[in-house]
Design a protein around this ligand. Structure first.
Ligand code: SF4
Length: 373
């Protein structure tokens, strides 16, 4: 079981909170798609397992013109055993979702769409420079359903500048009323280098206090549970049986190959990542040179990756597996370190698994720090 990730680094414009590598330029779409297919040919053998999930993410994959997108999807299908694919996701901006677009991706085997909704308040969307409106997001969901896509995920952001608690309640309520099988809700983070960060530094906007962030997060958890969702990862919620398989495999340490600029790969032992330069990527792939950087992880770094990915999920760490992988000394350390968190109920030990409690997930970074080496 392995995942194939394909990164599309193009967007309509730059959202002010985003620190991902992306560009609005469109002159390289065709060459980029050709490079992705060639990179697959050069690197597929890094992963020995069969592909069971494919995820086309970005950036905004739906900005790619249909002929180029079709060439990518068809090219990948020619190279893999498509009968083994359990989930094939593409991310989309609601603005790009038309009946024709949905029919096209459905006819090519895509089974799941992740929509960047972010908010159902048009002022908030305009402030962060999203190109779509709230009504476009609702239309997109209708179009997806009408044309055969039921596995839909929606992203929301909370803690946006100027977003009152009432506005957050409205956006969350609207999303839940749509009954999507899956959604992700992220607390806004201020990343150095973004326009939003600069606005914060200049005092033009204010960050939520920790108490306000917790209030919104607790409201989110309560509402999601009442609506029947499982909170299975820090920011991810699903109706029973609708977890994102591709992303869940990342969090359980399964191998994946990442194609395209800034994509990461993990073959079960070694992590690799591609650089952030589209032109450089196209040039080196055209010479059939793989341009990824190999991360020579130490045992400690491997341990830390294991702990961090496990603790972000509601499944947590399987303590027998941990003992087997990292030895008796580390196991004793894990148990000792967890005691105060267990007493304060910030962590739980259930059925042989050590996990961060749901209400403490928002500050999971601070807890994880104690468990890494
Ligand atoms: S659409 Fe997504 S990747 Fe593109 S700029 Fe906005 S947040 Fe970043």
């Amino acid at each position: 079981m392995a995942g194939l990730y394909i990164h599309i680094p193009y967007c309509h414009s730059k959202c002010i909170y985003c620190d991902f590598y992306s560009t609005p330029r469109r002159d390289t779409h065709d060459d980029y798609v050709s490079s992705l297919l060639t990179e697959y040919d050069l690197r597929y053998s890094e992963i020995k397992e069969k592909w069971t999930t494919i995820y086309i993410g970005g950036g905004t994959p739906s900005v790619i013109p249909m002929p180029a997108l079709n060439r990518l999807i068809d090219g990948i299908k020619e190279r893999i055993d498509a009968s083994c694919i359990e989930e094939w996701t593409i991310e989309a901006n609601p603005e790009d979702v038309t009946g024709l677009w949905v029919q096209n991706v459905v006819s090519r085997g895509i089974s799941r769409v992740s929509l960047g909704i972010q908010s159902f308040n048009d002022k908030e969307l305009a402030f962060v420079k999203r190109v779509h409106s709230a009504s476009k997001a609702i239309d997109a969901i209708e179009l997806l359903r009408e044309n055969g896509i039921s596995e839909i995920s929606g992203d929301l952001i909370y803690g946006l500048p100027g977003q009152s608690f009432e506005n957050w309640k409205y956006s969350l309520g609207k999303l839940l009323s749509l009954g999507l099988p899956h959604f992700s809700a992220y607390l806004l983070s201020y990343e150095n280098g973004t326009r939003l960060y600069a606005m914060l530094q200049r005092g033009k906007i204010e960050e939520l206090s920790e108490d306000e962030a917790c209030e919104r997060y607790h409201y989110l958890c309560d509402c999601a549970h009442q609506a029947g969702y499982e909170h299975y990862e820090i920011s991810n919620f699903s109706l029973p049986g609708h977890n994102a398989i591709h992303n869940s495999n990342y969090w359980s340490g399964k191998p994946y190959l990442g194609l395209g600029v800034s994509a990461h790969s993990f073959d079960g032992r070694i992590r690799r990542y591609n650089g952030n330069d589209i032109k450089g990527y196209i040039t080196s792939i055209s010479r059939r040179e793989v341009c990824c950087v190999v991360e020579n992880e130490t045992d400690n770094e491997r341990h830390n990756d294991y702990v961090i990915t496990a603790l972000r999920t509601s499944r947590g760490i399987d303590i027998d597996e941990y003992r087997h992988l990292w030895g008796e000394y580390m196991y004793s350390r894990l148990i000792k370190l967890s005691q105060s968190y267990l007493q304060s109920k910030m962590m739980l030990l259930q059925d042989g698994r050590l996990m961060i409690s749901e209400l403490s997930m928002l500050i999971s970074d601070r807890i994880m720090v104690d468990f890494i080496i």
